[in-house]
Design a protein around this ligand. Structure first.
Ligand SMILES: [Zn+2]
Length: 184
């Protein structure tokens, strides 16, 4: 997820802004990200501390509304390979929001080494609950919400909106949000 975000950031904001993403990282941390930190390794897990610093460099100066729209754009961009051609056809044939919801814990753990996630499906809405996530960061949490919304749209839901309900960053036991859509 972080890799897709950074690739989107590099393309939309340009290489000067992109270079600043790595400000404040020690040389050891840059090395862990991969060489000069310009090439983030796909599929690798990074220390939560490093991910948090990178996210703060990207989102730190933005207000709440701008953070969400930024996360939304990045998530939509990250879904692009799934929205075109044969991938879109296959995704729509074999995947559905309900199937995704059923397997969300397993899928979450492909991307994050801790955390418990579940999605309770309702009628044109879904409750997303994430807890016990040691790598939690409010911006990562926002990206999880918007990525789920973007995926639901890719799988056929129309006009998906996210209503954040609560977050461990505000002292709650888990993070919750409601996704709503108009049609499938
Ligand atoms: Zn949260």
């Amino acid at each position: 997820m972080v890799r897709a975000l950074l690739e989107w950031y590099r393309v939309t904001e340009g290489s000067t802004a992109y270079a600043r993403v790595f400000d404040g990282l020690t040389s050891a941390e840059r090395a862990e990200l991969g060489g000069d930190a310009q090439e983030i390794l796909a599929g690798a897990w990074y220390d939560a501390r490093i991910v948090h610093k990178v996210l703060e460099n990207v989102f730190g100066d933005l207000d709440e509304a701008k953070r969400r729209s930024f996360a939304r754009d990045a998530a939509r961009q990250g879904m692009r390979p799934l929205r075109t051609g044969i991938y879109h056809f296959v995704a729509q044939q074999i995947l559905s929001p309900r199937l995704y919801a059923r397997h969300v814990q397993w899928l979450f753990r492909l991307l994050h080494d801790t955390g418990e996630r579940r999605i309770e499906m309702g009628d044109h809405e879904a409750l997303s609950i994430t807890g016990n996530w040691a790598g939690h960061h409010p911006i990562l949490c926002l990206l999880v919400q918007e990525t789920t919304a973007a995926l639901f749209e890719t799988l056929g839901c129309k006009d998906v909106t996210v209503e954040p309900l609560r977050c461990v960053a505000d002292g709650h036991r888990d993070c919750r949000c409601t996704l709503r859509w108009t049609g499938e």
